[in-house]
Design a binder for this molecule. Sequence first.
Ligand code: F6R
Length: 245
Amino acid sequence: MKVIVTGSFDESSRMVAQRITQIITQKPAAKLGLATGGSCEGIYAHLVELYKAGQLDFSQVRTVNLDEYVGMSPDNPLSYRKYMNSNLFDHVNIDKANTYVPGGMGDPEEEIKTFRSKVREGGWADFQLLGIGVSGHIGFNEARDTLQASAHLEELDESTIRANSRYFEDESQVPRRAMTMGMGDILSAEEIMLIASGPSKVEAIRGLIMDDTVTTHNPSTFLKLHRNATVVIDRELADWVGWKG
Ligand code: F6R
């Protein structure tokens, strides 16, 4: 696993957007695993800029998102489908039929079946984008005694509910359950990039980059088992964590 330290969060976002651009340029029908959340907004903004500058063509790109809240309608402004449309898909020439965000509304068991087939459809992802939760979750694979390999339902941790309540009226409005790609799905991507910034991520990133331990209690540490995973953090976060590299 590689660690890259940039001068700022914006520089991190630009670097990841540039890597995604290279991948799409080399393989126009690339399959991308995408994430939502504050950490990824800058990346999508840069991708839209690059598209508008004529440097990117999404016409053949296929995408699968990491997760969605159970019970969340795709029309809800807080849904991850809406997030993807408004941050990226509505601004580029992607065919929305080639994009998949898990459906929050149907029977969860049926949705999981569809999710599992979409994750594998046409092969595993060429690239997987990740943020990281306060307790080290990737996707919504929460810190537990055991983790799951394939797409599944998760009860969200208190720390995740608290962190994500910033988007909702209050904590009680945050859905308690979500569907997420499993650890095996994420680790099957050809290449993975995780972006993190800010003080709330210090403990999770410390576990990820400061030693060689792999633990289900910080699911991000499984990226140490991947042969092409990169963690992109800014200098500020690196200093808080104590990373000297
Ligand atoms: C979102 C996702 C989550 C977030 C993580 C960080 O699709 O899978 O793992 O990446 O919760 O969220 P932010 O970036 O909002 O701090």
